[in-house]
Design a protein around this ligand. Structure first.
Ligand code: AMP
Length: 147
């Protein structure tokens, strides 16, 4: 098995984050790897009924989301002693931005949950699926219990 050096946890702040964190911790210890964690705040465009004009989420909402995201990410990172520099909060498209962060930071393993807040039904269109198909490194999807 490959000896991983830098593992990225993709955290969606769902109720199953602990399971994913625990698996990441085990793997990091076994490989003596560095751990980083990321959360992507989905920057969804808001369209009016006629689909125009497209408006991105406004500045106040963006700041509030970033502040709350930072707090949640930091609390989660603390449970595994992940330092500030390895906690990445971004605004964008979860699947693609997780892959971009992995490429930019020489990540050799991305860990995601098999499903998240959207549930098991959407597995095919999910973040885990996007990461799996676009990542240049290994991806581990931790099997999570169904609700
Ligand atoms: P989902 O696409 O919601 O079924 O989530 C599958 C997995 O992708 C989750 O268990 C997380 O590991 C990861 N994930 C989903 N959304 C995000 C997000 N916004 N930021 C970081 N990771 C995410």
């Amino acid at each position: 098995m490959a000896n991983y050096q830098h593992i990225l946890i993709a955290a969606d702040f769902s109720e199953y984050n602990d399971v994913v964190m625990l698996r990441a911790k085990e793997l990091a210890e076994r490989n003596q790897a560095k751990l980083s964690i990321c959360h992507i705040i989905e920057d969804f465009p808001i369209a009016d009924f006629a689909y125009e004009p497209m408006i991105s989420i406004d500045m106040d909402m963006r700041e509030a989301l970033q502040k709350s995201g930072k707090q949640q990410l930091s609390a989660l990172a603390k449970t595994q002693d992940i330092p500030d520099d390895n906690q990445w909060l971004e605004l964008g498209s979860p699947g693609y931005d997780i892959v971009r962060l992995a490429n930019e930071n020489n990540i050799d393993l991305i860990i995601v949950g098999s499903h998240g807040r959207h549930g098991i039904k959407l597995l095919l269109g999910s973040t885990a699926n996007t990461v799996l198909h676009h990542a240049k490194c290994d991806v581990l999807a931790v099997r999570l219990p169904e609700k």
